[in-house]
Design a protein around this ligand. Structure first.
Ligand SMILES: C[S@@+](CC[C@H](N)C(=O)[O-])C[C@H]1O[C@@H](n2cnc3c(N)ncnc32)[C@H](O)[C@@H]1O
Length: 238
C-alpha cells in the first residue's frame, strides 16, 4: 500500500508538539508568577520536562554553559556559579560536564527544584524568585551567574537584574540566554530590557561584553545571549 500523502507521526513529533504547546502555555500573556511555578512543577513530574526539552529541541543550556566555561576557562574547578531559574538542572548538568564543581541553583518552582536536587549537581538549592526582593545570599558571592530560559512573560522581572549584579563578584560574569522574540513580545521587556541593560552599564554596574543572536535556541527559533562583566569599581558618573 502506498504511503503517499500520509504524514507519519512519530513519538518525537508528538513530544515536540507537546513541548511547544507547554512552552507557549507557560508564557501566555497575563500569566501570573504563581501560575508559572504551578505549571512548571506539574511539567517536571515524572521527568516530563527533561524528556520534552531534550537537547535536540533546546540548545539553550549548551550555549549558556559554553559561554560560562569560556569566561572561566582558567578557573573552572574553583569557580562558583549560581544557576538562576535553574529548573530541573539542565544548565547545571552541562556545567558539571565541563568540569565545574561549585554550582548552586535558584529556582522558585518546587517540582523543578526537587528534580534538580535528585541529580546531585548543586550544593545549595534556593527555592526563591529572582525579583526586587533581597535574596538570602551575601553580596559578591559568585564568580558567575547564569540564567537560561528564565526570562519571559510572568518569569524574571527586570527589577531582578540588580540582585543578579549584587550577588555576583566584581569582575565576575553574568550570562542571560532567552528567546529572542520575548524582547518584543513580552510587555515587561518591550523597550525596557535593552534600555535597562544600557542604564546599568551607564551607572557603572556592569559592562556588556556581547549581545549575540543564538540560532536554533529552542524548536528552531532564535535566542539571544547577553554576556556581562560586573564592574570592579562602581563609578558614580553623576
Ligand atoms: C524554561 S524553564 C528554564 C529552566 C532551566 N534553566 C532550563 O534551561 O531548562 C524557566 C524556569 O524559570 C523559572 N522562573 C520563573 N520565574 C522566575 C523568577 N522570577 N526567578 C527565578 N526563576 C524563575 C521557572 O520556575 C522555570 O523553572
Amino acid at each position: 500500500m502506498s504511503n503517499e500523502g500520509v504524514t507519519t507521526i512519530t513519538h518525537n513529533d508528538v513530544q515536540e508538539d507537546t513541548a511547544r504547546v507547554f512552552t507557549a502555555e507557560c508564557h501566555r500573556v497575563g500569566i501570573t508568577t504563581e501560575e508559572v511555578v504551578d505549571f512548571y512543577t506539574k511539567w517536571a513530574m515524572n521527568g516530563k520536562y527533561d524528556q520534552d526539552l531534550h537537547f535536540e529541541n533546546y540548545e539553550g543550556p549548551v550555549v549558556a554553559a559554553n559561554a560560562v566555561a569560556e569566561y572561566c576557562k582558567d578557573n573552572i574547578p574553583w569557580a562558583n556559579v549560581l544557576d538562576v531559574a535553574a529548573g530541573t538542572g539542565l544548565v547545571g548538568k552541562q556545567l558539571q560536564n565541563r568540569g565545574f564543581k561549585h554550582l548552586d541553583a535558584l529556582e522558585p518552582a518546587t517540582g523543578m527544584l526537587e528534580h534538580a536536587r535528585r541529580k546531585n549537581i548543586y550544593t545549595n538549592l534556593y527555592c526563591e524568585f529572582l525579583n526586587s526582593k533581597r535574596l538570602p545570599i551575601d553580596d559578591d558571592s559568585y564568580d558567575c551567574s547564569v540564567s537560561c530560559g528564565g526570562m519571559g512573560e510572568g518569569h524574571i522581572p527586570l527589577n531582578g537584574f540588580s540582585e543578579l549584579i549584587r550577588v555576583t563578584k566584581p569582575g565576575g560574569f553574568v550570562c542571560i540566554v532567552m528567546k529572542e522574540s520575548y524582547l518584543s513580545d513580552c510587555k515587561e521587556y518591550e523597550d525596557g530590557l535593552e534600555q535597562l541593560v544600557k542604564d546599568l552599564e551607564d551607572a557603572g554596574k556592569w559592562e556588556r561584553l556581547s549581545r549575540d543572536v543564538v540560532p536554533n535556541y529552542v524548536f528552531g527559533e532564535n535566542g539571544v545571549m547577553f554576556r556581562f562583566k560586573i564592574r570592579d569599581v562602581v563609578c558614580d558618573r553623576k
